[in-house]
Design a protein around this ligand. Structure first.
Ligand code: SF4
Length: 486
């Protein structure tokens, strides 16, 4: 069962250790690099060949999400009213504990000890599998990637492709060891092994669980996007379907959801359209042959309303979980998703994990960003990820706007505070900066000349050289600022 890292505090040392280990995992890095390369190429080709004005569509997507977030309380009420009219049972969960308890009570009420799950990051966020296991209930993952990592007791490495760090040979070994299957490496044969294994589980399950891509307020319906058909099985072949939906997944209309779908699919996989679009508008109706008799939708807050209340960071709630910011991040493909020690890795993880799970619990991950801005450039709903990460770093240092969940003041030595204050005063004044550079040049030269005979420095200098500092840096930054901001 996958471990949920996110509820706990993780120290800088824990982050350092895992990053070190992952950087040394050459096979994982090779697998990730190759997979990310394919995803990026597919996205680029699809956008170039199938979309006449991608940028316009991005802007439209941004506006759809902005509108939904600006009216979220009303849309949530509309959704609840219309979904209830359609025969759904809507539950509100303020946090992971409440969401888990709702699911457990539904399982107990129906005397069920097995639940089949389609892919749901919200269920990972609340640590559902562990919680159910502790209460004697077996949660079985039916998404291929989720199944693979469940078999080896790992959390998802990526928000869209949970087992993307494993290649087909490794997956063949896992199936051989854990499912007693013959050793295979051809994707078709591996799929067959998983299908045969899961069909047994699907034969007589009663309760299925899924996530939600979009919840449509005007219709009281939910929209699930997937590629394997397991989502459809988990939500239609059961008696009871439970859907976990983060409150930020609400949009006003089908038209709005369609715009986001057009952005989501090529961004996530590079495909034009996903294989399965499940739009669920009611439980099984009189005279219908299939579909669940009950559908329960859990609207999960888990600190989202606190994010929404912040006039700056609320933009993170526009995320449609396409994963393309992870695919384009030059750090993610080196260290992999597990290094973030959170359900949500990569650039979007750095923005939402500290706000959902508490800033101090996962603050070291904010240092993973190189601020190259690639993530912001590719995000289909134009979330300014890099700026938000930079601003959250200020929060971590106690220099931000304040109010981020779980912030506890950490002791910063006066030496550190004063050093940064001095550096800031030099870096923001052309005169002072040039003066500094002159001094560094003089003393740098002296250091080189005499460093070799000073004990301690001798060894350090024997294997290092440092480039000359650029005196024109200040004016370059000034010019650049003009280009960006004016
Ligand atoms: S932040 Fe943007 S790019 Fe990243 S997962 Fe969310 S929607 Fe996709």
């Amino acid at each position: 069962m996958s471990e949920n890292h996110s509820q706990n505090f993780h120290s800088g040392e824990q982050y350092e250790e895992i990053v070190h280990n992952k950087l040394n995992d050459k096979q994982m890095r090779k697998n990730l690099k190759s997979a990310m390369g394919i995803l990026k190429k597919n996205r680029k080709n699809t956008i170039a060949n199938r979309y006449t004005n991608w940028e316009e569509l991005r802007e439209l997507g941004r506006k759809v999400k902005q509108n939904a977030l600006a009216n979220l309380p009303t849309l949530l009420e509309n959704f609840e009213r219309n979904a209830t009219k359609n025969g759904f049972k809507v539950h509100w969960a303020k946090d992971s504990k409440e969401a888990n308890e709702i699911i457990l009570s539904l399982m107990q009420k129906n005397n069920a000890n097995v639940i089949l799950k389609g892919k749901s990051m919200a269920s990972e966020e609340i640590g559902l599998n562990h919680y159910l296991k502790d209460n004697g209930i077996n949660a079985i993952e039916t998404d291929l990637g989720e199944l693979i990592i469940q078999l080896i007791d790992e959390p998802p490495v990526h928000i869209v492709a949970p087992a993307i760090h494993k290649n087909r040979y490794e997956i063949g070994e896992i199936f051989k060891d854990k499912l007693n299957a013959p050793l295979e490496s051809e994707p078709e044969k591996l799929n067959n092994i998983a299908r045969t294994h899961l069909r047994k589980e699907f034969k007589d399950f009663r309760i299925g669980l899924s996530g939600v891509n979009f919840a449509i307020a005007n219709e009281g319906a939910i929209w699930l996007i997937e590629n394997e058909g397991n989502g459809r099985m988990s939500t239609t072949a059961c008696d009871i379907h439970i859907a976990i939906c983060g409150i930020e997944k609400i949009v006003e209309s089908f038209e709005d959801a369609s715009i986001l779908d057009l952005l989501l699919v090529p961004s996530a996989t590079g495909a034009n359209i996903s294989c399965y679009n499940n739009i669920i508008a009611s439980p099984r109706q009189e005279g219908e042959l299939d579909g669940p008799k009950e559908v329960h939708i859990i609207l999960l807050d888990n600190n989202r309303s606190k994010i929404l209340a912040d006039s700056h960071y609320y933009r993170a709630l526009s995320c449609i979980r396409c994963g393309t910011c992870l695919n384009h991040c030059p750090v993610y493909d080196k260290i992999g998703g597990h290094s973030y020690l959170s359900t949500y890795p990569g650039p979007i993880g750095e923005v939402i994990s500290p706000q959902i799970f508490g800033l101090n619990n996962c603050a070291p991950m904010l240092n993973f960003c190189s601020l190259c801005e690639r993530c912001s450039e590719v995000c289909p709903v134009k979330i300014p990820l890099a700026s938000l990460i930079r601003d959250l770093r200020s929060e971590k240092a106690g220099e931000g706007r304040g109010g981020v969940v779980g912030y506890k003041e950490t002791h910063r030595s006066s030496l550190e505070k004063n050093s940064f204050a001095v550096f800031t005063s030099f870096a923001t004044s052309g005169f002072k900066w040039r003066l500094l550079i002159t001094q560094v040049r003089i003393f740098g030269g002296l250091g080189k000349a005499f460093g070799g005979i000073i004990p301690g420095l001798k060894q350090w200098l024997s294997c290092r050289s440092y480039p000359a500092l650029d005196a024109s840096l200040h004016s370059k930054v000034k010019n650049l600022k003009g280009v960006i901001y004016e």
